[in-house]
Design a protein around this ligand. Structure first.
Ligand SMILES: Nc1ncnc2c1ncn2[C@@H]1O[C@H](COP(=O)(O)OP(=O)(O)O)[C@@H](O)[C@H]1O
Ligand SMILES: [Mg+2]
Length: 347
């Protein structure tokens, strides 16, 4: 251990301090600007851009906790500079040229039907006359090309070198995974994911869009973090199932958007119940009322409760979102209502 050995230990400990609401730590986030040891007093300088006064307080406390028990540090002097987000306008969230509204569809947990909801809402809003784009931002598990039955490959626009989205069921579709080979996702990590995500949405020739729907990966990792920080979102739709395990994670996703002042447009509860075909018998497989209770607790609207519907699953696998029919479907009816509500909220 050299004379600067304390630095490694401090960094290791600070890596355990997460930015509130995110899974990423303050070191990898680049928030620690300077660290100096004067005797046994550690002076740390941090720079944050958040309008929420609770954030510096929470980070400060967690830093002190993380350093407790490290013998070389007897005291910690914190200098936390909070620059308002406006002052970083050039690097802060920006709109996308030609796109009127950008909506993220997010969930805490995977497998709750986020992509199904994103696909059906996008297709239904297009049927309602809006110009709609859909971007699958799940680098590691893209599913929209399959759900929309899109077999088109990537084309690059001559002159501008921008990527031309595919078009399926009246929706312009782009998938972040399309640009990566089959083996590359595993190799793409941390800072590379961030840079790739930052550039990606602006490299697509979306043209004029009323709404761009972003199908986010589950959770609150690098991709989600980058998107909420760099793209000026008009709001987020949170998808959950009624079970507590999904609701816990939905809460985290809601907290992430709130930290950066993105409006929660509403909660969609998926797989709410199973209607025995040909009867009125409802089976509430994942419990009942979880979405409604959570929406009330979070003071957000419950946009709809979508039943488990074999037709929805089949249509997803067949590349034709269930709102397109032709078979009657309970889920489809609710998707149509949710799309209408969303349109009303946005325009
Ligand atoms: N309401 C539903 N009824 C029946 N199957 C559904 C429903 N919602 C989603 N599914 C199916 O569940 C699986 C996971 O859904 P998906 O949308 O891919 O979840 P996520 O994007 O949250 O991981 C898919 O096979 C999908 O077709
Ligand atoms: Mg998905």
């Amino acid at each position: 251990m050299g004379t600067d050995g304390w630095r490694d230990e401090v960094i290791t400990r600070l890596r355990g301090v997460k930015y509130p609401g995110f899974s990423r730590d303050i070191i990898s986030f680049g928030l620690v600007q300077d660290m100096v040891m004067e005797g046994s007093d550690l002076k740390l300088k941090l720079k944050l851009t958040t309008p929420d006064p609770a954030v510096p307080e929470k980070i400060g406390k967690e830093i002190r906790d993380a350093l407790k028990g490290y013998a070389l540090v007897k005291s910690v002097t914190l200098e936390i500079e909070v620059a308002p987000p406006q002052s970083t306008a050039s690097t802060g969230p920006q709109g996308i040229e030609g796109v009127k509204k950008i909506v993220a569809v997010a969930s805490g947990k995977g497998g709750v039907g986020k992509s199904t909801v994103a696909a059906n809402l996008a297709v239904q809003m297009a049927r309602d006359g809006l110009k709609v784009g859909l971007c699958d931002c799940d680098l590691y598990g893209p599913s929209q090309a399959l759900m929309l039955g899109c077999r088109e490959g990537i084309r690059v626009e001559e002159g501008t070198e921008r990527i031309v989205p595919a078009e399926c069921h009246g929706v312009k579709l782009m998938s972040m995974g399309m640009l990566l080979g089959d083996d590359s996702p595993a190799a793409l990590r941390g800072p590379m994911v961030t840079r790739f995500t930052q550039q990606f949405l602006r490299q697509v020739a979306w043209g004029e869009l009323d709404v761009l729907v972003l199908d986010l990966p589950p959770g609150t990792g690098d991709i989600q973090l980058t998107i909420v920080q760099t793209v000026a979102l008009d709001g987020a739709v949170i998808v959950t199932t009624p079970q507590e395990v999904a609701l816990v994670d939905a809460r985290k996703a809601i907290a992430m958007f709130r930290k950066v002042n993105v409006a929660i447009l509403g909660l969609v509860e998926n797989m709410s119940f199973f209607l025995v075909p040909g009867t009125n018998q409802k089976h509430e497989i994942f419990g009942s009322g979880g979405g409604r209770r959570e929406a009330e607790r979070q003071k957000v609207s419950l946009l709809g409760e979508i039943p488990l519907d074999p037709e929805a699953r089949k249509c997803g696998d067949d590349g034709k979102p269930v709102v397109l029919g032709p078979s009657p479907s309970e889920a489809a009816e609710i998707f149509v209502l949710i799309a209408q509500k969303l349109k009303k909220i946005l325009f």
